[in-house]
Design a binder for this molecule. Structure first.
Ligand code: ADP
Length: 353
């Protein structure tokens, strides 16, 4: 098995609350085994440009567990996708004696991680994204904080909606995924929730608002996922026109990316960070850490990326045909489980609103 002298840690792609807790966990888990950690700045850019500092003491990551954003900063780095960029990154690893890397981010970050692994630098991904759009894990770092932030903001809107007998249509983040919208919709008592994964019946939504208004309801919250690009604003106008309820539109946007990480996110980040070091030192590579049914584990990166594509309906016929029968069954089962859970929550959202 490979001996590890130093490893690297980076955060890449969109930031997410809890990334710092993961950085801390990785650094401390490695240092406790006598391995120093290069803190690489701005994701793969820092690897290419040799922009990093060495964590050689647990004190180097003191007082960051409660901070949002990422102390390593993040950046998007196109150069890393090309052979010249990869060659520079590999040269940095060689000169700095970096024997393995832990990369925190989303699917783009994992593509970079699988490339690094293929070039001989064992790399492990940790899912850090508020969107929770990594199909192979139940939860990603930042998801819980973002939902709590959205819920708290919606509570504020609810207060003023009730005073003024208004409706507020709120667009929440999630990129192409409706996970944030679905859960915050339920938790903030929204009358209507609209997400990309489940067909939305606008007429039924309007009829519901009219019925509830006639029964005496003063205010309404409607939560729409940003994945339904541009729809939230349009829906606000339609609701006002068709129901006669004054309707405001709010886009919570990047508010959802900041704020103190919740306990759940700090815990998840700590578990995943420690597990990533553990697996790396066991000789594993090209995997993403996941949490399913409450248990921390891992999955091959290519498999994780493929099941994502399957869930998003982006898998081509050729890609599908190339899957082994076992992988195909596993991926279909996983996609059905994730969608099934969304349908279950969607039904609850409708039933209790
Ligand atoms: P996220 O990780 O949140 O999905 P991005 O898609 O922006 O964010 O990807 C983050 C970074 O990962 C990119 O800036 C790039 O450096 C690297 N990356 C993305 N796609 C690839 C790819 N196909 N091959 C190699 N590296 C990639």
């Amino acid at each position: 098995m490979a001996t590890f002298r130093k490893i690297g840690i980076l955060t890449s792609g969109g930031d997410a609350p809890g990334m710092n807790a993961a950085i801390r966990a990785v650094a401390r888990a490695a240092l406790s085994r006598g391995i120093e950690v290069y803190a690489i700045r701005e994701g793969y850019k820092g690897l290419i440009e040799d922009d990093m500092k060495l964590y050689s003491s647990p004190r180097d990551v003191s007082n960051i567990i409660n901070l949002s954003g990422t102390v390593l900063y993040t950046a998007r780095c196109d150069e890393f996708k090309y052979p010249e960029g990869m060659a520079k990154a590999l040269e940095t690893c060689r000169e700095r004696e970096i024997d393995g890397i832990i990369a925190i981010g989303g699917d783009g970050t994992f593509r970079g991680a699988t490339d690094l692994s293929a070039h001989g630098i064992p790399t492990i991904g940790i899912p850090g994204t508020i969107d929770n759009d990594v199909t192979s894990t139940d939860v990603t770092i930042g998801f819980d904080t973002a939902m709590n932030t959205a819920m708290n903001m919606i509570d504020h809107l609810r207060d003023t909606c009730e005073s003024h007998a208004r409706c507020n249509v709120v667009e929440v983040m999630g990129r192409w995924a409706g996970h944030i919208a679905l859960r915050t919709g339920i938790a903030s008592g929204a009358t209507i929730v609209a997400i990309p994964e489940i067909p939305f019946d606008e007429d039924a939504a309007i009829a519901k608002i009219i019925k509830q208004k006639n029964e005496g309801k003063r205010s309404f919250i409607v939560v729409v996922s940003e994945g339904l690009v541009g729809y939230a604003e349009k829906l606000a106008k339609t609701i006002q026109e068709k129901t006669g309820v004054e309707t405001k539109f709010a886009r919570l946007a990047h508010i959802q990316r900041g704020g103190k990480p919740t306990l759940q996110d700090r815990l998840l980040a700590s578990e995943m960070g420690a597990a990533a070091v553990h697996y790396l030192l066991e000789g594993m590579s090209d995997i993403v850490i996941r949490k399913v049914d409450g248990k921390i584990g891992y999955i091959n990166i290519k498999k994780a990326l493929t099941v994502d594509r399957m869930f998003k309906g982006k898998l081509t016929d050729e890609e599908r045909a190339a899957l082994s029968p076992e992988d195909k069954v596993w991926m279909e089962t996983r996609c059905n489980a994730v969608l099934g859970d969304m349908k279950r929550l969607y039904a609850i959202a409708n039933e209790i609103s």
